[in-house]
Design a protein around this ligand. Sequence first.
Ligand code: URA
Length: 261
Amino acid sequence: MPLIRLDKFISERGEYSRSQIKELAAKGKIRVNGAAVKKSDTKIDPENDTVEVLGAVIRAERFRYILMNKPDGYVCSTEEHDGPTVMELIPPEMRTKNMFPAGRLDKDSLGALLLTDDGELAHRMLSPRKHIPKIYIVKLDNPFQNKYVDQFKNGITLSDGYQCLPAKVCNVESCEKLAFIELSEGKYHQVKRMFAAVENHVQLLMRVSVGGLILPEKLRSGECMELLHKDVENLFSPPDFDAFCRDFSGVFSAILINKQL
Ligand code: URA
C-alpha cells in the first residue's frame, strides 16, 4: 500500500480536521507505532503502522459499513421528524460522524438496512442505473395467487399510472399468505403499492436481501453488525431469486409467522 500523509490518514477517518491534527502533533499527542510524531505531514503506511491520537488508536479502514435488522417504528433518516430514527439503534462503538442509511425502508418495514459513511458506495448502490435487486418477504391479507407471477413479470401499473419494471414473485409453500418479491427499483411504498394494484394488501414487509447481502438469521431485530469491505462488494453479486426462495423460505417464513401484528 502506498504511503500517505499522517494528517490525511487521520482526517479521512472522521474525527479531526487537518488544523487540529497539526496542533495535536506539535504537542506530541499523536503517536505512530508508539513514538510521538511532531510533524503532521509525515508519511505513514496505513496498513502496517499503528496511529494513536490522544491515546486512542485510529482504525485503518477508511469507511464503516453496518448491516442493521431494522425493527418496526424507526424512520430511515438521520434527522428526527416523525419519531425515532434508525441512527439511535447503532451502538456507539460502530457509529461514525458521517454515517447515514444507504436506502430506505418504511417506518413499519423490517429487515436489512445498510448504513455507511462511504458516500461513493451509497451512490453506486442507490443509482437507478445499477438496478441492485432487493428481495422482500411479505405477509399478505389474502392468499398469494399464481397469476401474480406473470402480472409482476409484465410490469405492474400503480394507481398513479407508474409502470413498474418487471419484478419476480414467488409463493412460500408452507403459508399461502406469504410471498417473496424481488425488485430492482425503489419507488415510494413500491411493494405495498404493487400488491395493492393486484387487489391484495401487505400487512408486514421484511427486506431479506440487498444485492448479494443476505440478512443473517442470527442478527436479531434491532441489532447491528459491522461488515467488511469485501462483504460489501457482495452487494453487486445478487443471488438467483428462485434458488434464494428455495433455500431461505423456511428461515424467513418462520420469522414472519412469529411476528405479532
Ligand atoms: N416497498 C415498500 O412498500 N416499503 C418498503 O419499506 C420497501 C419497499
